[in-house]
Each structure stands twice: as C-alpha cells, then as structure tokens.
Design a protein around this ligand. Structure first.
Ligand code: HEM
Ligand code: HEM
Length: 392
C-alpha cells in the first residue's frame, strides 16, 4: 500500500480503509454476540491460560484501536481525501476532528498515524503468538481447541482439508502481497525520459510541416512576425518533458506531440515571437493507467481542450547565448504569465534551443479535488523544452 504510486495508491488506500471499517463493524457485532453468550472455558491452565486470555483481550483492543486510529488519520489529514467504502458507501470524517484548528489537527494526525503504525506491529506479535498457540493445541495437546474455530477438524491431523486451506490461504496472501509489492517496484515511474517509449516519428514530422498560419489558427491571436525575422521549423529530436513527484517519488513525463511557430533572431529580439501549441492529450508518464487518469477532468481535461499554448513576444538577452522569453501559458481555460529562460545555439541553418521553467499546476487547476493538495504532489512542475530547429 505504501509503495504504490499514482492512482494505484489511491485505489489501494480506499481498499485498505474499506476492509478496515469492515473489521470495525465485525468487531462490534462480535462484542455484542460475546456479551449475550457465555464463552466456553479455555482448554488451558496456569500461565498458558493467562497468556491466551491476554492475547485474546489484546486482539479485541487492537482490532478496535486499529480501525479507529486509521479513521482518525484520514479525518485529521490536511489532505481531505474522501473515502468511499468499496467504491459505494461514503465514510464521513470524524466530526470533531475536522473542525479543529489546523495546528491541533496536525497534532492529531501525527499522533493517530503513529498509533496506527505502532499498533500494527503489536498485531503481528499477537498473530504470531496466537497461531503458535493454536498449532500447539492442535498438534501437541490434541485437545480439540482448533475444532472450535474449524468444526470437524480432528485433533493432530496434518492433512485435514481445512488446515491445508488455512495454510494455502495464508501463503497465497503472503506471495500475492510480496509479488504485488515487487511488481509495483518494477513498474515504478521511469526515472529518466530516455526510459519512456520512443516518441513516434510521425507527429514530429507533422510538427515539422506545420506552417506559421496553421499554428496561428490554433492560437488565434498569435502575433504576426515581421517578414525579415527568420522563421524556424521544429525538427525531429525535439522534446517537451516535465518532472514532478508523487509522495516523494520522482515522476518524469512529457508530451509526445507539439507544434509551433518560431520567428526569432538574436539581433531582433523586439520583433521575435514564439507560439508553441502542445497536444496535452499526448501526455505520458511511463504508466499507461496513470496517463489515462491524467487525461480526465480532474487533470488535463483533454475532452474540453486538447491544446496548451505558450506564446511569447518579449525576449531579454541575459548574456552568452542565454535569453528569457516572457510570455503566457494558456491551459485548461486558464492563462497565466510564464517566463522561460533558454539557451540558443545557432549553427548555420540549424538551431538548438533548451529551456526550462517552473509551472504552478494549481494556476491551471491541473489536479482538482483531492489532487489539489500539495501534500503528495507539489504545485511546482518543472517543464523542459528542447527544440531542434531549421531555418526556413
Ligand atoms: C484492523 C484494521 C486495520 C489494520 C490492521 C490496519 C493496518 C495498517 C498498517 C499496517 C498501516 C501501515 C502503517 C505504517 O505506516 O507503518 C496502515 C496505514 C494506514 N491506514 Fe490502516 N489499518 C486498519 C484500518 C484502517 C482504517 C479503518 C483506516 C481508515 C478509515 C485506515 C487508514 C490508514 C491510513 C490513512 C494509513 C496510512 C497512515 C500513514 O500514512 O501514516 N486503516 N494501516
Ligand atoms: C492460522 C490462523 C489462525 C488460527 C489457526 C486461529 C485459531 C483460533 C482458535 C482455535 C481459537 C479458539 C480459541 C477458543 O475457542 O478457545 C481462536 C480464537 C480467536 N482468534 Fe484466532 N486463529 C487464527 C488467526 C487469527 C487472527 C489473524 C486473528 C486476529 C487478527 C484472530 C483472532 C482471534 C480472537 C480474537 C480469538 C478469541 C475469540 C474469543 O474468545 O472471543 N485469530 N483462534
């Protein structure tokens, strides 16, 4: 659960909370049942009886305290993540906790999170003792205690189907758990852009064919450049990537398709202009299910507007082939200023532009609802552009 990332993490936490609350309800039923019926006496004496009683009592306490502390963690968290049990029943936050002042709440959050974490170790110890005790009574004492949980099982029997089934269930749960955790590791977000599948050539070639007029049509009020400022065509090998993180884990991604019109000359900065149109529907982050989520309404909402447009008409030289483009970025219906420092190397008819800028995703509502919180996903996203261009 802790190792998962992206939307998988969200889903697995929801499952955790659903199962945990189910355990809480089952415990309440169990206690009500136990109060009405006198339990059978334990088949043990002396210290063994005391230990068994203590373990059983501790189980009751822990199996109530675990879900309650978990519920407190969720309610006191700064990130108001809604819980839908099994995807259907909404779980409200603990009322008093959500109305506390931010600092007090933070205290409750930390407190309940460490209680929840430490008690789980207690639970492992109890399960170890408990199963060892059950097996001792089954194989050594052969007193039929086991049959009180698995009716019909013969004391001391090794090949009883119920015993095998419990063993098989426990080992498959363990194998599945470890396998899943390892699998998640393998599919961890790629650490470098190179590790993502190569960009298909066609969109870039398409971008190369892009004329200024076409880009201007995509960006209606694009500036009209002076005739004598050289215009550049974006070539293969250009890329637009970004870096962010999810719960501290780096995520590298990018956009496969973008096109643009570049009218630029270092000698005529005042007459230069750039308009880059990015097809945000081509977002990739090295995880296809996450990429699908990113196209949805809470993220890039590509259904409403597929294009993000960066436009700059003001350029400053900051020395030795370094410039800053002052422009605006329009994305998901919002427009905000963006300055992009970049380096430019011109070699004959070829040019290489490399720039990067920090974009505040929240200015564009990229990540709405629970994703608007910056606890797991920072607001600042570093965007890098590398353009290989040819003079027309
Ligand atoms: C018997 C029931 C439960 C058990 C055995 C259990 C067990 C655990 C364990 C072992 C962890 C990892 C702790 C760690 O970070 O070291 C955890 C984390 C967590 N659990 Fe539970 N849990 C239970 C019920 C619940 C419930 C009912 C909720 C919420 C409604 C919940 C919410 C959480 C949350 C939010 C975390 C992450 C805490 C953090 O980030 O520090 N749990 N749980
Ligand atoms: C291989 C796994 C397990 C085996 C073989 C097993 C076996 C047993 C047996 C034979 C009893 C009956 C004791 C009696 O009637 O005198 C019992 C009771 C109990 N078990 Fe388990 N158990 C297992 C797993 C667990 C787990 C994982 C939990 C909790 C997380 C648990 C919680 C309890 C509790 C609370 C009782 C006492 C019930 C009561 O007296 O009200 N057991 N178990």
């Amino acid at each position: 659960m802790e190792r998962a990332s992206g939307p998988a993490k969200f889903a697995v936490f929801q499952l955790h909370k659903s199962v945990g609350i189910t355990i809480l309800l089952l415990m309440l039923l169990r206690i009500a049942w136990k109060l009405r019926r006198r339990p059978l006496p334990l088949k043990a004496d002396g210290w063994e009886r005391a230990l068994a009683t203590a373990v059983h009592l501790a189980f009751y306490l822990l199996l109530l305290a675990m879900p309650l502390s978990g519920w407190l963690v969720v309610s006191a968290s700064r990130v108001a993540v809604p819980t839908l049990l099994y995807g259907t029943v909404p779980l409200p936050h603990v009322p008093v906790v959500i109305s506390l002042a931010a600092e007090t709440r933070e205290g409750w959050y930390r407190g309940s999170a460490s209680v929840h974490s430490y008690l789980s170790y207690g639970l492992y110890v109890l399960i170890g003792l408990h199963v060892a005790g059950a097996l001792k009574h089954h194989f050594l004492d052969r007193d039929g205690s086991f049959a009180r949980m698995a009716p019909g099982i013969r004391p001391g029997s090794l090949l009883d189907p119920r015993l095998l089934l419990i063993g098989a269930a426990a080992s498959s749960a363990a194998v599945f758990g470890f396998g899943w955790a390892r699998g998640r590791n393998v599919h961890r977000p790629v650490q470098s852009v190179e590790a993502t599948p190569p960009r298909p050539a066609t969109p870039v070639q398409q971008a190369r064919q892009e004329t200024y007029e076409q880009a201007a049509a995509a960006a209606p009020d694009a500036p009209v450049a002076a005739e004598d400022v050289p215009s550049w065509t974006i070539e293969d090998g250009s890329s637009l990537s970004f870096s962010t993180s999810w719960a501290g884990e780096p995520i590298e991604g990018g956009f496969r398709r973008f096109r643009g019109s570049i009218e630029f000359s270092p000698d005529q900065l005042d007459r230069s202009s750039v308009a880059i149109t990015v097809d945000i529907g081509t977002v990739y982050t090295g995880d296809s299910s996450r990429d699908e989520t990113l196209k949805g309404g809470e993220w890039f909402a590509v259904g409403t507007d597929r294009n993000a447009v960066f436009r700059a008409e003001r350029f400053r030289s900051v020395g030795r082939g370094r410039y800053v483009a002052e422009g605006t970025l329009r994305m998901k219906g919002a427009t905000a200023p963006l300055s992009m420092p970049f380096t430019l190397q011109i070699n004959g008819n070829r040019a290489l532009v490399e720039g990067s800028a920090v974009v505040d995703r929240l200015a564009y509502r990229i990540g709405e609802g629970e994703y608007a919180s910056t606890a797991e996903i920072p607001a600042d996203v570093t965007v890098r552009i590398r353009v290989e261009a040819r003079r027309r």
